[in-house]
Design a protein around this ligand. Structure first.
Ligand SMILES: C[S@@+](CC[C@H](N)C(=O)[O-])C[C@H]1O[C@@H](n2cnc3c(N)ncnc32)[C@H](O)[C@@H]1O
Length: 312
């Protein structure tokens, strides 16, 4: 009930943000979302809930490579109340959704975020005493910032292709928000298999992919037609439609059609849900018995620039 009311407060705040200084409009939403998230965790973990300092939102440089479709989005995503309100809302929504698939926060001992950037999401798992909390990103500058600013988390820089430095079956829950939206298809299958490898049997993986909403928002009619014909479209930093963060990180914006997403993720995971949104959200589960995955090889010396050259 409280959650529904706060969802409404958040939506109203979003509308008000156009009229008021956004700091003011989002302050209430931030506090309400934090209270809801903490209550959710406390209800499940009791004394294992330990309040932690939220820390700082990501720096300008980190956020530039993180959440920026354009200059306006960069400015608003860095605003502290909005940054935190959205993170709490997202996490509570995910954990609630997972519970309908028998996920139990009380039996969750290790959590991993792939593409954590400023640790916007993973930092909030620190309030769960005794849980191993891990963040990894291909952007070493983001990881440096996290190590300097967000205590209590293991951070790693990973290469653009697997493997991750973790044993098989290490995590109960993993997530990757707005990451597969930047992973070229040539690397996607390997990443899907890697995320499956590091999860325990029955473990959950939440990730987002670009859906129809952003295809309409970001792509020209000609690009949409191409994406439909080829079942996917990759934008490069030089493409006029590519996002500001893709240009800043020398990365890619990756759009896929639903059949392609279902075939790729469904080849390894059980797809529990595929929910449309600004980005579409996949709720995935590692089957209890997993097919033998093909051996993954590290492209350890591949940097962003050289990979871009290789793909072009
Ligand atoms: C749009 S940002 C999202 C950041 C974070 N998940 C969030 O929601 O705030 C995408 C992040 O994914 C990272 N990334 C892209 N490809 C990656 C890969 N193959 N492995 C790890 N991180 C990757 C980028 O460096 C960037 O920090």
């Amino acid at each position: 009930m409280g959650g529904d009311v706060n969802d409404r407060i958040y939506k109203i705040s979003k509308k008000l943000a156009h009229l008021l200084p956004s700091g003011l409009a989002y302050r209430g939403a931030h506090l309400a979302a934090r209270r809801d998230f903490e209550r959710f965790v406390k209800d499940r973990l009791g004394p294992y809930f330990v309040p932690v300092d939220e820390g700082l939102p990501g720096s300008h440089d980190v956020m530039l490579t993180t959440a920026a479709m354009n200059e306006h989005e960069l400015r608003t995503s860095m605003e502290a109340h909005r940054y935190f309100a959205r993170a709490y809302q997202t996490l509570r929504g995910w954990l609630k959704a997972l519970e309908s698939y028998s996920f139990n926060l009380r039996t969750c001992g290790a959590v991993l975020e792939l593409g954590c950037s400023s640790a916007r999401l993973i930092r909030h798992f620190r309030c769960m005493e005794g849980v191993r909390v891990v963040g990894t990103d291909a952007d070493s500058k983001a990881i440096e910032w996290c190590r300097a600013n967000i205590p209590g988390i293991e951070f790693y820089t990973n290469e653009l292709s697997p493997p991750l430095p973790f044993r098989a079956n290490s995590f109960d829950l993993a997530f990757a928000a707005s990451v597969f939206t930047h992973v070229p298809l040539e690397f996607q299958q390997a990443w899907i298999e890697e995320m499956c490898r590091v999860l325990r049997p029955g473990g959950f993986f939440i990730c987002t992919v670009e859906g129809w909403f952003n295809q309409r928002r970001q792509l020209s009619a000609e690009e949409r037609a191409r994406s439909r014909a080829e079942r996917h479209l990759t934008l490069f930093p030089g493409d006029p439609s590519s996002s500001l963060s893709t240009k800043a990180l020398d990365s890619w914006d990756v759009f896929q059609l639903r059949d392609q997403v279902i075939a790729a993720f469904g080849s390894v995971f059980k797809i529990l849900d595929y929910k449309p949104g600004v980005q579409d959200m996949l709720i995935l589960q590692k089957p209890l018995e997993v097919k033998v995955l093909r051996t993954l090889s590290a492209h350890s010396s591949v940097g962003l620039k050289s990979l871009a050259v290789a793909l072009n």
